[in-house]
Write a protein that binds this ligand. Structure first.
Ligand code: HAM
Length: 416
């Protein structure tokens, strides 16, 4: 038997209903903020992620699925959505009409060690907002994510928020971090030893060394922000307060992707079973670094799989409608064509209808109706076909009514 790859899973049955529900809710929330849908390819040139996400990030150095195609080109299966959207904006000159608010959903691929909440094929839903360097936009993006989680019914949700400043601030901070860690780096993991010169900020959120006191006592980036950056960050906090977003400032939050400037944030549940449920930030330099125009942007992505796990964890009742309106039963195969025709007409009127044409026993068909949570059962025998009158059974009260087929739509309107 051929089995699925490690770190991947199949979506079917009640899980697929949950996925569908979460995706549709996210779409509805995005549409209420006037975001439109974008889809970009799974496959991109490797260079896009090297330059976009960053050469020294864990994602690019350890986690991308890279391969040389039959034409000798270096391709990468996308590890995240932001770089692909940025490429699409540049290539299609979408920046000619700003602001641009886009949302997306899709699978991403990271060669990580699979564990609870961590997959190699992960799904993300996210938004990217282009064209505004204004703390209101940061607050709008952060609160969109927060409101979505609330609407999902998750209760113990909060946002971790930080500002990592612009390039100048970060360079000064980087130097301070190197000075802070350099004499003691022997006590850190091999990754951190490498990070010290390449990307010392990432030492702060190392999963191995997180208990090391030197990390706790490290200088705070917030003390390095210039006045403008400080003011910008204060305004975001002011707006988040007024929108009643539950957040806490965490100066050690640095995020694992290189494109961020100033605002960074992550969504957590208080139980913290699966790590961050989502994350994002401002990335004003990304488009320029990919040879595009200089356009400020801010966005976020949720780990879709983690959201669904969190819903299960918190035992949120999603109120998914699993019912169908009517299941049609025929007594013999002679009535199938008539039933098929009726089903078609009712479906065209917008009702959820199913029927069995495989000639199962009546007992099996009644069971099937229950399996689909049919609200009504329609029973059709040869008399019904002759007289064009069907028997409708309310599947809850078991009450039966004869209904002329010409009046079926009215009957459904009244009884469903
Ligand atoms: P990220 O933090 O790398 O950001 O990923 C976003 C979310 O995807 C994470 O918070 C987590 O919930 C989920 N995630 C990441 N890796 C895995 C995995 N291996 N298994 C399951 N879930 C995972 C980004 O990808 C940015 N593109 C977000 C963004 C959008 N920034 C600006 N715009």
């Amino acid at each position: 038997m051929i089995q699925k790859l490690k770190g991947t899973y199949d979506v079917y049955g009640s899980l697929s209903k949950k996925h569908d529900y979460v995706r549709k809710l996210f779409q509805a929330v995005c549409e209420s903020y006037n975001y439109s849908y974008i889809e970009t390819p799974f496959l991109e040139r490797s260079e896009l992620f090297h330059r976009g996400v960053g050469e020294t990030t864990d994602i690019v150095t350890k986690e991308t699925y890279d391969f040389v195609d039959r034409g000798g080109r270096n391709n990468t299966i996308r590890p995240e959505g932001t770089a692909g959207v940025a490429r699409a904006i540049i290539e299609n000159k979408l920046y000619n009409e700003l602001p641009l608010k886009l949302w997306y959903y899709g699978s991403m691929y990271r060669y990580e060690r699979p564990q609870k909440g961590r997959y190699r094929e992960l799904r993300q839903i996210g938004i990217e907002s282009y064209g505004s360097h204004n703390p209101i936009m940061d607050a709008e993006v952060i609160s969109l994510g927060f409101n979505f989680l609330k609407e999902l019914g998750l209760k113990d949700i909060y946002v971790k928020l930080n500002s990592i400043g612009g390039i100048e601030t970060r360079n000064k901070y980087r130097e301070a971090l190197v000075n802070h860690f350099k004499d003691h780096i022997d006590g850190f993991c091999d990754d951190c030893k490498e990070r010290l010169n390449k990307n010392p900020l990432r030492i702060l959120d190392c999963k191995i060394d997180h208990d090391n006191e030197l990390i706790e006592n490290a200088p705070s980036i917030l003390d390095f922000l210039n006045n403008e950056e400080k003011e910008y960050f204060d305004k975001i906090k002011y707006y988040l307060d007024s929108l009643e977003v539950d957040y806490e400032v965490d100066s050690s939050l640095v995020r694992g992707l290189d494109y961020y400037t100033e605002t960074v944030f992550e969504y957590y549940s208080k139980s913290n079973e699966f790590g961050a449920l989502g994350g994002g930030g401002r990335y004003d330099n990304l488009l320029k670094s990919l040879d595009g125009p200089d356009i400020p942007s801010v966005g976020l992505a949720f780990g879709f799989d983690r959201l669904v796990s969190e819903i299960e964890n918190e035992e949120v009742n999603l109120n998914i409608d699993e019912t169908i309106d009517c299941y049609i039963l025929t007594i013999s195969e002679n009535e199938n064509e008539f039933a098929f025709d009726l089903a078609n007409k009712l479906r065209m009127c917008g009702f959820k209808i199913d029927l069995d044409l495989t000639g199962k026993s009546m007992k099996a068909k009644f069971k099937e109706a229950d399996r689909y949570f049919a609200k009504q059962i329609m029973i059709i025998g040869d008399e019904e076909v002759k007289q064009k009158i069907v028997t409708m059974r309310d599947n809850l009260t078991k009450e039966e009514t004869k209904v002329n087929v010409d009046n079926l739509v009215d009957y459904f309107d009244v009884n469903l």
